[in-house]
Design a protein around this ligand. Sequence first.
Ligand SMILES: Nc1nc2c(ncn2[C@@H]2O[C@H](COP(=O)(O)OP(=O)(O)OP(=O)(O)O)[C@@H](O)[C@H]2O)c(=O)[nH]1
Length: 423
Amino acid sequence: MSLFSFTFIRSAPFRVMFPLFLAVQVCLSIEPLLILLAPYESLIQTFPFIMLSVVIFLSQPFNQGGTGLVALLMATSFYFSQHIFGLKEVKDLHWFTFCLFSTALPINLIIIHFLPEKRLLSRFGINYLLFLSFQILWCYLLLEQISSEDVSWLWSLYLKPLPLLSSSPLLLIMFSCLLTTASALVVIFRNSNFDHTIFINLLFSSIALIFFDTPPVPAICFSLAAILLLLSIITSSHELAFIDQLTELAGRRSLEIEMEHISGLYTIAMLDVDHFKKFNDLYGHRTGDEVLKLVAQIMMQTGGKAKVFRYGGEEFVILFKGKNSNQCLPYLNELRCKIADYDLVLRDHHERPILDKDAQNMSHDTEKHEKVNITVSIGVADSINNRTKQYSVSTDEVFKSADKALYRAKSGGRNRVSNLRFA
Ligand SMILES: Nc1nc2c(ncn2[C@@H]2O[C@H](COP(=O)(O)OP(=O)(O)OP(=O)(O)O)[C@@H](O)[C@H]2O)c(=O)[nH]1
């Protein structure tokens, strides 16, 4: 996996470590940052709004409504924390309301995470915006009602800071850090785009809370969160366009782009799951999907620096650059054997929908052991013209040859690799 590939940027370690690295850099460089950014104070205060507005705007055409909602929440929180409640004398009513907002921000991020539909202009999005307005109104009314004595009482009991760490109440910092840690674990174990979005915002709002009285640190934190949100919109759009959602392999569009730029010596292998229609009919479409995922996982381990793509349906393509088809055969035979030897344990075989006559003849033993084996056929061709010995075969012709070889593997009895050089 290359350091600059989208696969690396989408990986769970990168998604957790990169924002953490930036956050640590901010914490360690506060003094130089204060000096460096002093002349640009007003720009720094405006920058989060500019970036978050860009995120809100782009979230709509890119169909990333959840990210738009989060950006709107971050912009609202930044506005209230900096322009209304922030930096007033400690322990007064404004400070208390700032604490309320600091608690509300992580809670709201979690609420957005659990919204069933995360589009800004949907029933849930609009209801959520109403709920957000209600929270602001509630804070306003509370501020009107509560007295300084009440705040002092709360302060002495619950809102004590740890001066060595921050002027913010320790309880709030702990709450925020706990949610951030939990969301980092969710990214590590599940690694969805939206988990990542929530993690970024929890992390940077926690840092902003710790350094709330050291401008421009909160503005830097909100700006970094916005920049990472933008990056997240780009990577998830790339994912939708180029990655197959079921198998998580590169999709057909990625293959087309790869083939537009390919030249010289290369080999194409087309792989097709045998009797997959019967498999679907026998065990159900959902089990069929699981099989495709499994085949994809095994294919990802193919040796010889192979690049693996889902071509469509139950067909996959393997690309070997710099190798002729003979050099690729050992890797392909190893892959074929690995798939054939894999004992697939079926969990819901009782729900099988159709038992057609041919399907009953498939090699399975599900009644006793709930185990089944699948096989694949592979057709191979390379870019060497057999007559001239030059790498002059067009990509279309290599594909046609690989397809022909696949047909030969199927008609030859399946579960085999057939090599066909273009002549
Ligand atoms: N579960 C599942 N099935 C799919 C998917 N895409 C295509 N299929 C099924 O794959 C089957 C392909 O069947 P065929 O093209 O007839 O080929 P086959 O049954 O594999 O037979 P041979 O290729 O001759 O061995 C069809 O039944 C499709 O419905 C998918 O994403 N999930």
